[in-house]
Write a protein that binds this ligand. Structure first.
Ligand code: BTN
Length: 287
């Protein structure tokens, strides 16, 4: 890959003017993990939100130890994908940071449609799929005390121009190139993603500043928006890999952003388990 294709700030900045990130884009050729880089920058910036710029974005061409959810690794070959981490200082409690992951899914979905015309789906909480295969993932990390977030990092990995995946992943993973049938501009996709994160984050802050006193109701518009964007949010038969595993039908989000699942034993709330679709036939056989 030529250095001229790198996602450098000089190329990105003009495409993301008027976003909270425009003056704070940082690029490296190779890092262990952009989340680690962003978390370290957040720690250096200090604990008071006013001492750090509200938004920074950290990009790398390659990660040598890309991190996924649940201690998985995120394969990050040089120049094939987008590996980026957004550093924010959201005025929220640690429990509310789930909303950061959820709005980021909407942002990836919007950027994908804008650049490729492809319609992506969101599998709660933060897998982004096309044709039921995953092409993007989100890992949100934070530094906080018991009541307040000092800084949060939204790490997003997008498979852009991978042409194939190892056999183990070929039925579950995909890239924008494989789905669109042509190469996709990482620069355009990154710029669209930065603009979309900016839009969604501002909407989240507006919702949080609303005069509605009940916290649950303040997130209502965001919650409805996410539900409307995800085929997994409502009416989907799923298996949940949590508390021994169970099967049920999704029934929207609860006021904290958790997924509600109706089972034969009653309503269950998915806190962090992974959710997989169950075909109606395998359900009938008791899977
Ligand atoms: C997942 O689906 O498991 C989440 C994957 C998140 C990967 C991204 S790539 C950029 C950022 N840096 C990391 O180490 N991880 C996230």
């Amino acid at each position: 890959m030529a250095a001229s294709d790198f996602l450098v700030p000089e190329k990105l900045a003009p495409l993301v003017r008027n976003t909270i990130f425009s003056g704070n884009i940082f690029h490296q050729e190779q890092v262990q993990s952009t989340n680690l880089v962003a978390m370290a920058a957040g720690a250096r910036a200090g604990r008071a939100p006013e001492s750090a710029p509200e938004g920074s974005v950290f990009l790398a061409e390659e990660q040598t130890a890309g991190r996924g959810r649940g201690a998985h690794i995120w394969s990050s070959p040089r120049g094939a994908g987008i590996y980026c981490s957004f550093l924010l200082h959201p005025p929220m409690s640690p429990a509310e940071t789930l909303w950061l992951s959820l709005i980021s899914g909407v942002a990836v979905q919007d950027a994908t449609r804008e650049v490729t015309g492809l319609q992506a789906d969101i599998r709660w909480p933060n897998d982004i799929l096309i044709n039921e295969k995953k092409f993007a993932g989100i890992l949100t990390e934070m530094s906080s005390d018991s009541s307040r977030v000092h800084h949060a990092v939204i790490g997003i990995g997008i498979n852009v121009n991978q042409e194939k995946f190892p056999d183990d992943f070929s039925t579950t993973a995909t890239s924008l190139r494989l789905e669109a049938g042509k190469e996709c501009s990482r620069l355009e996709m990154t710029a669209a993603l930065i603009r979309a994160i900016d839009r969604e984050y501002r909407a989240l802050l507006r919702a949080m500043e609303s005069p509605i006193r009940t916290p649950a109701l303040r997130f209502e518009p965001i919650m409805r928006r996410i539900e409307s964007r995800s085929s997994y949010a409502t009416g989907k038969l799923v298996h949940v890999d949590e508390n021994g595993g169970y099967t049920g039908t999704t029934d929207g989000l609860d006021p904290r952003g958790f997924l509600r699942v109706r089972t034969d034993q009653g309503l269950r709330i998915v806190i962090s388990g992974s959710v997989r679709p169950v075909s109606r036939r395998s359900d009938a056989s008791g899977a």
